[in-house]
Design a protein around this ligand. Sequence first.
Ligand code: ARG
Length: 568
Amino acid sequence: MNLYKHVSDAINEKLGFAANLEIPRNRDFGDFSTNAAMVGAKIAHKNPRELANEILPKIQELDFVESASIAGPGFINIKIRNDFILKHAEAPKPQKAEKPLVIDMDYGAYNVAKSLHIGHLRTSIVGDTLNRIFKFLGHKTFSWNHIGDWGKPMGLIIAWIERTHPELPYFQDNFDPKTPVDYEIDPTELNNYYPAASAFAKENAEFQARAQEIKAKFQAGHPGYFALYEKFLAISLHTMNNTVQRLNILPFDYDLGERNAAKYLGQVEKILNEKHMIYESDGAMVINTKRDTDTAPMPPYMWRDSRGADTYDSTDLAAVYCRKLTDNPDKIIYFTDLRQSLHFEQLFRTADASGIYPYDKFEHIGYGTINGKDGKPFKTRDGNAAGLDDILDMANDAVSARIAESNKKLDKETIQSIALAAVKFNDLMHDVKSDYVFDTSAITSFEGRTGPYVLYTAVRLNSVLNRATIEPKITDTTINEDERNLLLTVMDFDRTIQTACENRATDMIANYTYNLCQLINSFYHTSPILRDDVDINTQQTRLYIAKLARDTLITATELMGLQIPEKM
Ligand code: ARG
């Protein structure tokens, strides 16, 4: 039961108007507090305190109310009956949405032939958790890994291979794709090509021009470049797949990015031209996105660059068109770094003006930067931008060191799950929009607001439940304060997930989980379960509570994509 909703609905129904229900921070005076007397007083032009006295008996009549009292200017505090709590607390289950939506979610969005970096961490983790939450709440989602596979890096990499392996036949304009070529790209090498090529291009204008020329020819369908591209695409898709597994995120529904979208450019261009939206500016083809109300600069949207090549902008609009045809979504949500906000604002305006997709059904969730202790974007010890794998490896090392220190022995998989939980939970518990400092030592601690603490709590609870030989069931309706608080929090799961979803606030689920774990641990300390000096009825009831708490915790961790080890 969603207790909050139940109590709120019952009060509103009883009084005949809608009041606001709150969960006080301090539960000493009540589990809920309503402003019903204030709202009612406004309607009836009465004094709130007087009206509170009139309303109070009505609230006391409600079957879940243990006691109710008036506080301050007319708030009514309500305490819920213990037997009601015990009877109605239940484990969370997937819900049916009142209005199920079809939602396209664009996250991950890794790049071909460019190694995954720290910037891809939040899009993957936050995107995946929101995807899981939408599904849990009964919506239909499609996740799109909008792969960067059509832009500048393709030209640079092909140009780099041409420079280092000029003997290969791929560079001839009459290359026949059926020609057998004895050439394999070394996957670890591939990661070096892009940084090497872009550094070289900065110093060498000729190479830079060559890369641009190659890119344009590649986009126009050069058979040799395409054959080469297919080779590194295969390697990149494999790497992406490994990352998806390593991060324990749901597999993408579509691994289709810019190249796929480019197929629709012709159709989209036709629509834009019918509306006379494209015009020439300094040799490039652009679209105006300015509105009269704008106070900040709003540059034009780049439809084709001055070399006639497709752009990040144009393929993104084509991707919207493609999604409209494929999924016909009620919403399209993008997860990228905040620094891309302007791009998405322009995309949404252009899609809206062209009639391809309405502005108000788009959403861009921009997240903040992951910084080092110096407050600057996080770098590895050698001063390089951190790769996504580097981050996970560092967390792994930190967990291994802690385990070794405490003389525990845990297998490799367990250490990996703990390290992953450390990284993911830390990411999720921060407000999406703000930057945070990445500190391997803090996030891998087994105490405090961390992933390892959450896993440890779950492992311990699992072990109690696995050891039990008695049946978990309510045989006793007296519950202590810790049991009560724990159950009230279990009954707040549905509301939390709904609010987290509405606000796209993954930190709400992380903080709920941490709070739940703290309550589980106090319950564990004050309310012994499988002990001979505890009577059997209490044992069974406590086991029942432990099971509800465990199931709630498991659901929460699943929504965050954490894996709970057997032991810790
Ligand atoms: N590939 C881009 C990057 O790594 C992100 C793409 C985001 N999605 C989109 N539809 N533009 O920064």
